[in-house]
Design a protein around this ligand. Sequence first.
Ligand SMILES: NC(=O)C1=CN([C@@H]2O[C@H](COP(=O)(O)OP(=O)(O)OC[C@H]3O[C@@H](n4cnc5c(N)ncnc54)[C@H](O)[C@@H]3O)[C@@H](O)[C@H]2O)C=CC1
Ligand SMILES: CC(C)c1ccc(C(=O)O)c(O)c1O
Length: 253
Amino acid sequence: MQLNDKVIIITGGCQGLGRSMAEYLAARGARLALVDLNAEKLDDTVTACRAAGGGEARAYLCNVAREEEVIRMVGQVAEDFGAINGLVNNAGILRDGLTVKLKDGELSTLSLAQWQAVIDVNLTGVFLCTREVAAKMVEQGDHGAIINISSISRAGNMGQANYSAAKAGVAADTVVWAKELARYGIRVAAIAPGFIETEMTASMRPEALEKMTASIPLKRMGKPAEIAHAATFIFENDYFTGRVIDLDGGLRL
Ligand SMILES: NC(=O)C1=CN([C@@H]2O[C@H](COP(=O)(O)OP(=O)(O)OC[C@H]3O[C@@H](n4cnc5c(N)ncnc54)[C@H](O)[C@@H]3O)[C@@H](O)[C@H]2O)C=CC1
Ligand SMILES: CC(C)c1ccc(C(=O)O)c(O)c1O
C-alpha cells in the first residue's frame, strides 16, 4: 500500500512514539486521524503533521478503553475522511509493580486497579479499535493494514505482570486478526519495541540508563524514527501480515 493520500488512525498519537510515527507518515503523504486524551498536545501534533506533510491531519479526543467513545471516534473519522486505510494501535500505559513484594518486613502486592488499568488500555483498547476500524473497512470496502504496538516485555518482564500479559495478548491477537481479516484485504502485524529514547527513558537515573544500555547488544536505545520506519515498512509491504517485528537492538529480557 502506498501511503500517499491514505487515511491512517494513530492512537496515543500526541506524544512519544505515536507523535513520531504521525510526523513520519505525514511526511510520506498520509492523511492522519490522531487519537488521544490530551486536546492541547493533539492540536500541537496536528500542526506539526501539517508542517511535515502539508496534508490533512485531524485530532480526536477518545479514550480507547471505552467502547462507546471508540465507536463514535471511528464513525467520525470515516465521515470526516471518507475512508480508513490504516490503524496504529499505539496508545499504552504502564503501572509497574511486583505481584508480591516483601521489603523490610513489609508485604505489598500489585493492586487489581493497577492490573485492570493496563489490561483495559493496552489490550481491550487494541481489541475495540481493531474491531471498529476493521468493521468500518469491511463495510466501506477499504483495504489496508492494522499495526499493533506490542513490546519486548511480552516475553515476561519482572514487575510487569499486567503489561507483559497485555502485550503478549496483543501479539497473539495480531496473528488471530491477520487470519480473520485477510479475506477482506486487511493485513494485521505488530512491532515489539525494546527500549526506545522517549521522555520516560530520558528521565531515568544516568546510572540505571547506563546499566540498561550496556545490556543491549547494539549498545544504544532505539530511536522513535526507527519504530516509525518499521511501521512504514508494514504499511508498504503487501505480503507482510500476522507477524511481529522485534525492534530491540538484539536485547532479550
Ligand atoms: N517507549 C518505549 O521504550 C516503548 C514503548 N512501547 C509501547 O509503545 C507505545 C507508545 O509508547 P510511548 O510513546 O513510550 O508512550 P507515551 O506514554 O509517551 O505515549 C502514550 C500515549 O498514549 C496515550 N494514551 C494513554 N492511554 C490512553 C487511552 N486510554 N486512550 C487514548 N490514548 C491514551 C497517552 O496520552 C500518550 O499520548 C505504547 O503502547 C508502549 O507500551 C513498547 C516498548 C517500548
Ligand atoms: C520495558 C520496556 C522496554 C518498556 C519501557 C518503557 C516503556 C514506555 O515508556 O512506555 C514501555 O512501554 C516498555 O515496553
